[in-house]
Unconditional design. Structure first.
Lengths: 111, 114
């Protein structure tokens, strides 16, 4: 089973700062998901990627397959970005049950 | 477009009681799954389905049953609730069979078992 580690576990930053959240995994994967969970709320998919880089608004996700590592960046952070960010990986050759989740990074953006 | 709808949002049960968490999606997704989320742990898969009439166990299936009689609905049944089943439950769906496509989650159901 894949080991998924996220860092940092908790992050507090000031509005406007550039944010980086990291995700590393132990076994080769076919896809990696970044998810966002607001306090008391549901979970929203931000990105699904298998190589390279994706950008959506102020969010950028990158993945390095060789190094088994992905990063989620937030530019010009805003208090509404405060949430838990979750990394999940789908193992290469894994079946429909092959999704492993990290424990999440709790991000607080202070005004 | 409702997406994935879960009910109820909150439920309190006594030990030994049974209940059903409902999950419905209107996106014609083949893949549906149930997860539980506990403090300090990542989401864990309970059961999943790759299409109507097909279900399978995930990482933590004990104490739970599922069925998939239609593409739209995937209810999760707790047969005899135990305090260890106190958790937040999420239903998710994906167009692609398996977790290789974009995942759509419900709002979650917070269950407390006394």
């Amino acid at each position: 089973k894949n080991e998924v580690e996220q860092s940092p576990q908790n992050l507090t930053a000031q509005e406007g700062e550039f944010i980086t959240i990291n995700c590393s995994y132990s076994v080769g994967i076919s896809a990696l998901h970044w998810l966002q969970q607001h306090p008391g709320g549901g979970i929203v998919s931000l990105f699904m990627l298998s190589s390279g880089k994706k950008k959506h608004g102020r969010l950028i996700a990158t993945i390095n397959i060789q190094e088994k590592h992905s990063s989620l960046h937030i530019t010009a952070s805003h208090p509404r970005d405060s949430a838990v960010y979750i990394c999940a990986v789908c193992e290469a050759g894994g079946g429909a049950d092959g999704l492993t989740f990290g424990k999440g990074t709790h991000l607080i953006i202070q005004p | 477009n409702a997406g994935v709808t879960q009910t109820p949002k909150f439920q309190v049960l006594k030990t030994g009681q049974s209940m059903t968490l409902q999950c419905a999606q209107d996106m014609n997704h083949e893949y549906m799954s149930w997860y539980r989320q506990d403090p300090g742990m990542g989401l864990r898969l309970i059961h999943y389905s790759v299409g109507a009439g097909i279900t399978d166990q995930g990482e933590v299936p004990n104490g739970y049953n599922v069925s998939r009689s239609t593409t739209e609905d995937f209810p999760l049944r707790l047969l005899s609730a135990a305090p260890s089943q106190t958790s937040v439950y999420f239903c998710a769906s994906s167009l692609i069979s398996g977790p290789h496509g974009e995942l759509f989650f419900g709002e979650g159901s917070r269950l407390t078992v006394l």
